[in-house]
Design a protein around this ligand. Structure first.
Ligand code: F0G
Length: 496
């Protein structure tokens, strides 16, 4: 009997419960081991601020961010050695141009000699946002940038250029009864009203895919196309904040009607067919440790409507980052980007990646923890209002900060508060805390870095803290309460 016939008598591989990862460890790094007491002492010195805690002392999992924290593939490490550190038009630039065209569409990267500059490489996402909003901010006064949920740096760059960042979150986002898989959508009704009332003040609209500020939730193709149609009806270009474009495409493939049999690559192309430009931090779905960019669609509404902007952007980029053909990145980093983008749209990678995040979230959900469901693509979000609902914790006690500090000191895992402290602010006139719409703690999962055991240990620790939530005290802000982007700078102590 042929072995191909024989194996048909056994259960099929695809039906097994456990599947091995679609990759293996190519090189590993041993951690330093620190005791809870050592971590606690260090955290005291860091004023309980997660950003100031030395990463070498994170004995458990470092879930502070999925940004720039990816473990690179052997092809990327090899590509690094092929980096060409020339001052203009280095080898990697041409490879990235090819890869951007292949991934997002030809029209997003013109040949540098075409006389129509439309691709601007930056060293990460926020300088790309800075460039776009600095130039767009000059178009008029009292301008508004609507979005489905601006990331904090995006919002900050909009505001710094005297524009208003308006978040039109989907009402489904924190609704437990909603079965929607696309809670990251923009609220189309509110968008329509805003267009009717203030359309003339909107230079561009923005969709963040996936919606990091909104629970890491994806945006459906239907929402993308509807927002694009409405925006264009008012002659307003639409942009993506495309950091997690591949993960968003995977959700469309899995959960949106009509996409199950479409390749991720084709879904990505379709998504980008609806926009006139995008900013991106390649530190997420670019699978690199550093990189970003701003890309305008050739002959798209933005380039048509504002024909002088591409040149202004090029001037700005040269002043701030460098020549467009390297734009703030070393030649070796550009090489890793060209290789990383190829992997990020691979189906087996995405399926494994997103299911890993989902399994971790479901482990928490199973134990009754208030996580945002369905679980998003890159992170699990814990709703801290619900977490502390039956305790004496008040919103201005910043329970989320207290939770992250104890999780790190006691169990060695680093997460981040994205809620009342990070997204709220202190109103000096009214002398009170202004609370944001959401109060989350986020566990962001770095790409290709951790194994199931690692995340199981986080779930166990989080569960213990939940069971002991009445023992978590409030925190006082000892420094930085009134500062902008205060979560990066502030210091805290536990209230006695
Ligand atoms: N847009 C989104 C949606 C982001 O999540 C980030 C970064 C940026 C823009 C800015 O990119 O860091 O390369 O300048 N998010 C990280 C996070 C920092 O942890 O969520 P950057």
């Amino acid at each position: 009997m042929k072995i191909s016939e024989l194996i048909k008598k056994f259960p099929e591989e695809k039906d097994l419960k456990a599947h091995s990862r679609p990759y293996f460890n190519h090189s590993i790094e041993f951690k330093n081991i620190f005791t809870p007491l050592e971590r606690a002492e260090m955290l005291d010195i860091a004023g309980l601020n997660m950003f100031f805690f030395p990463s070498e002392m994170v004995t458990g999992c470092d879930l502070l961010s999925d940004s720039g924290t990816t473990s690179m593939t052997n092809e990327q490490w090899a590509a690094l050695h092929l980096g060409d550190e020339a001052y203009g038009s280095n080898r990697g630039y041409f490879l990235v141009m090819k890869q951007i065209r292949e991934t997002f569409g030809e029209e997003f990267f013109n040949d540098p000699n075409s006389g129509r500059p439309n691709a601007f490489i930056f060293h990460q996402g926020r300088p790309a946002e800075d460039a776009l909003f600095t130039i767009v901010g000059r178009l008029g006064r009292d301008l508004i940038i609507p979005g489905n949920g601006h990331f904090d740096t995006t919002g900050a760059n909009i505001k710094r250029n005297n524009m208003q960042a308006v978040n039109l979150f989907s009402p489904e986002l924190t609704s437990e009864s909603s079965g929607s898989h696309f809670k990251g959508n923009m609220d189309v009704e509110r968008f329509r009203t805003l267009l009717e009332l203030s359309g003339k003040k909107i230079p561009l609209s923005y969709l963040t895919i996936t919606n990091n500020t909104g629970g890491g939730q994806p945006v459906s193709m239907e929402n993308i196309s509807e927002v694009s149609r409405l925006s264009h009806e008012y002659d307003i270009p639409l942009f993506f904040d495309a950091c997690r474009f591949a993960e968003n495409a995977w959700f469309i493939q899995q959960y949106e009607k009509g996409y199950r049999n479409k390749e991720i690559r084709m879904i990505v192309k379709e998504m980008f067919s609806y926009v006139d430009g995008f900013t991106i931090s390649f530190k997420k779905d670019g699978l690199v440790n550093m990189g970003g960019g701003l890309f305008l669609k050739d002959k798209g509404l933005f380039m048509k409507k504002y024909p002088d902007i591409p040149d202004a952007l090029m001037g700005y980029q040269i002043d701030k980052e460098g020549h467009p053909t390297y734009g703030g990145l070393s030649g070796r980093d550009i090489m890793t980007l060209a290789a990383g983008l190829k992997i990020s749209v691979k189906e087996e990678y995405l399926t494994y990646r997103i299911n890993q995040v989902k399994d971790f979230g479901e482990e928490l959900h199973k134990h009754g923890l208030p996580v945002i469901t369905p679980i998003g693509g890159h992170a699990v979000y814990l709703d801290m209002n619900k977490f502390f609902a039956d305790t004496a914790m008040k919103p201005e006690d910043f329970g989320g900060l207290a939770f992250t500090a104890i999780l790190l000191a006691a169990y060695g895992h680093r997460a981040i508060e994205l809620g009342n402290f990070s997204f709220g602010h202190y109103d000096k006139k009214m002398q009170k805390e202004m609370l944001p719409e959401f109060n989350f703690v986020r566990f962001a999962i770095p790409r290709l870095r951790y194994e199931k055991k690692d995340l199981d240990s986080v779930a166990e620790a989080v569960n213990i803290l939940y069971e002991n939530r009445d023992k978590i005290p409030a925190v006082n802000v000892t420094y930085g309460r009134e500062l902008p982007m205060r979560h990066f700078k502030a210091r805290f102590e536990f209230r006695k």
